[in-house]
Design a protein. Structure first.
Length: 280
């Protein structure tokens, strides 16, 4: 019997998972080095959708000490944000879920260097396959893979982003108002997510949209700025465009994409429907 690969990936959400990486991984805080290793592992705690780095304790350039639980602020970093990638997927936690919401046994640790102490910023899992490794809180430190900054979270080696040209006509409407109409879209295919349609700004009714202060980051595409369509209750932060920090996302640099979870998108006149995702 054949196996659908996405079912394997989704079915592993309840498990503790890891994968070695050949990249040189470095972390620092306020310029003080924390780790420099070429033996890092990507780790997904049970129910986590995105990975973080585990590093060999002997490659740390800072000291670890048991975290102090004094009852003050111990709830910080434990908030959870349930997520379901799609309707047939088990529930998990999206990246906003605090680092301290651990779902596998282990020990919380402080990271101590000469100039700082980062409380609860490390976690030593009890699993024997990760013996000698500690997981670091990605959000606390500044990270490099080889000599390139990474943001958001480490890239998942089993997650792809592909962009392809199309000559099809893509139309975007909301509450009956046309917000975009193009035959120059770029189609972005991302693992386990719906197709996204990136449209040249000249083909978008920017005069109907308002710039937003909202920002998000994606480790594959960069930092996104947003626009809202104020005439609709569904129009808040409805469209976005990424900056140009990543060369491998250059096909969508400067292009604008709309949430097809809320906007009505037609391709060559065929309505595409509204996919159910965490952004619905």
């Amino acid at each position: 019997m054949a196996t659908k690969v996405s079912e394997l990936l989704l079915g592993a959400f309840p498990d503790l998972r890891y994968e070695p990486t050949a990249k040189r991984v470095r972390a620092s805080l306020d310029g003080s080095p924390v780790v420099d290793t070429q033996r890092a592992r990507l780790v997904w705690e049970p129910k986590r959708v995105t990975p973080v780095y585990a590093v060999p304790e002997e490659d740390l350039l800072a000291r670890l000490q048991p975290a102090v639980h004094d009852g003050r602020g111990d709830g910080q970093g434990t908030d959870e944000f349930p997520i379901r990638i799609r309707q047939d997927a088990p529930s998990g936690f999206d990246p906003r879920t605090g680092f301290r919401r651990h779902t596998t046994p282990g020990e919380e640790l402080d990271v101590v260097a000469a100039a700082f102490t980062a409380p609860h910023a490390a976690f030593r899992p009890s699993d024997p396959d990760l013996a000698g490794y500690v997981i670091l809180d990605f959000g606390v430190f500044d990270w490099l893979e080889d000599h390139e900054e990474i943001i958001g979270h480490p890239r998942d080696p089993f997650h792809r982003v592909d962009v392809r040209n199309t000559l099809k006509r893509v139309e975007v409407t909301l509450d009956g108002v046309k917000l975009a109409d193009t035959v120059g879209a770029q189609l972005l295919y991302e693992t386990l997510l719906p197709v996204r349609y990136y449209i040249p700004p000249a083909d978008v009714r920017l005069d109907l949209l308002e710039t937003s202060l909202h920002r998000t980051v994606c480790p594959y595409k960069g930092e996104a700025k947003y626009w809202s369509y104020p005439e609709s209750a569904r129009g808040k932060n409805i469209a976005w465009a990424y900056d140009s920090r990543y060369v491998d996302a250059r096909q969508i640099h400067g292009l604008i994409c709309f949430f097809n979870e809320r906007a009505d998108i037609a391709v060559d006149g065929e309505p595409q429907g509204h996919p159910v995702t965490p952004w619905s």
